[in-house]
Write a new protein. Structure first.
Length: 400
């Protein structure tokens, strides 16, 4: 009987070890913010709507969560059942590009797409709610050179830039057959495939991660869209020379690689830039003076690791949350040193897992929201549970 009991004890210990490994936890711990995924957020969408590649998230002053996605453009034929002629069945259709959710996950508003007086991007990208409550949208289609500003009801307010000139067209094409245009990071009239916008409430300036075509941070007047200044990596004059593939053992590149994926301003007025394929966050003063940099999983190849970032909601913004779409994780950094403390998430389709985590935002309560591109096609909420000892690699932060 004692032998059986011992076997049971051993079996329980083994199963406990398997459970721990399945969560991705390790023995080493560190003090950091801790989160648990909310598997029931948001509420189901109405009208048989589906999300396409979901490539932007923002939180406004009421803690309403805004997302932007590519709708029907990234739904396959089976998903577009209601949009085909004849209909395939009772489901489904792409939701409108812009969706607003209440804190409880209820859908409040939806709008977006082409309209009078502006040029909707062929591939929308990134969403920001500024201090006046206006909604900013970028675009990273092959010819997109514009950013747009709307009211929260979708009324058009401003277009800065325009689709890029035919003079930039090359003889090369993408795998999808779209023409490839050259970057012109010294362009003072427009932009090229901007990824994300951040609006500074003090100076009423918009910081553009400009982006997929150009290799710079561009700063514009938030009322007129007029370009005020710009810079490249380390504060250098941006250079569009092709740097070739990223190599982990090479010296740090002196220019950004495409895409420059975010440019966000902290409470102490430092600009944090996602140099995605170079696997780094570079930090600048608002005039473009370089301050420091930190690397995120420096060995990452391909699409890179530094996809987007958000600040923690404590007054000092002690922590930085970095979305890593290739490694399928969110990294938690100390903002002052850019040291990675811990990471959560793993590859997969279940709540708390990621498939191409693309964008990230925080609300006033410290909760984190993420969106996923490629076939991820969703928004997730991670509820803030306080500061505690957590493992360096947390894996899936499922509710305990």
């Amino acid at each position: 009987m004692r032998i059986i009991t011992g076997g049971v004890i051993v079996l329980v210990a083994v199963l406990a070890g398997v459970y721990t490994l399945s969560r991705g936890e390790s023995g080493e711990t560190v003090e950091a913010p801790y989160f648990e995924v909310d598997p029931l957020w948001p509420n189901p969408l109405p009208n048989h709507w589906l999300l396409g590649s979901t490539i932007g998230v923002a939180v406004d002053e009421r803690d309403h969560v805004w997302i932007i996605h590519r709708g029907s453009a990234t739904l396959n034929a089976n998903e577009k059942g209601l949009e085909l002629d004849p209909k395939r069945g009772e489901c489904c259709a792409g939701a409108p590009p812009v969706l607003e959710f209440a804190p409880d996950g209820t859908l409040l508003r939806h709008w977006g797409g082409p309209g009078e007086g502006y040029q909707w991007p062929s591939s929308n990208h990134g969403i920001t709610i500024d201090h006046k409550g206006n909604v900013w949208i970028g675009g990273n289609g092959p010819n997109d050179g514009q950013v747009l500003k709307f009211t929260q009801d979708g009324k058009f307010l401003l277009q800065a830039g325009k689709p890029v000139a035919e003079a930039r067209r090359t003889d090369r094409k993408t795998e999808a057959g779209d023409p490839i245009y050259t970057g012109q990071s010294d362009d003072r009239e427009g932009f090229f495939r901007a990824a994300k916008i951040f609006v500074d409430p003090r100076d009423n300036e918009a910081y553009l991660a400009d982006g997929y075509g150009n290799k710079r941070v561009a700063v514009v007047d938030a009322d007129t869209g007029a370009l005020k200044r710009y810079w490249g990596a380390y504060g250098n004059k941006p250079d569009d020379t092709d740097l070739g593939p990223y190599k982990a053992d090479a010296p740090p590149a002196q220019q950004f690689r495409n895409p420059v994926h975010c440019a966000d301003l902290s409470v102490d007025r430092l600009v944090y830039v996602c140099d995605r394929v170079n696997n780094r966050i570079q930090v600048f003063r608002t005039d473009g003076t370089f301050v420091k940099e930190g690397f995120i999983v420096r060995s990452t190849l391909g699409a890179g690791s530094a996809w987007d970032l958000a600040f923690s909601k404590d007054p000092e913004q002690r922590y930085l949350f970095v979305a890593d779409g290739l490694n399928m994780r969110v990294h938690v950094l100390r903002r002052d040193t850019l040291e990675t403390l811990t990471s959560f998430g793993d590859g997969g389709r279940q709540p708390g897992q990621f498939y191409g985590v693309h964008s990230i935002a925080t609300d006033s309560q410290g909760n984190v929201y993420t969106t996923e591109t490629y076939e991820g096609k969703r928004v997730q909420k991670f509820a803030f549970k306080g500061i505690r000892q957590v493992s360096r690699q947390q894996g899936v932060v499922w509710p305990r």
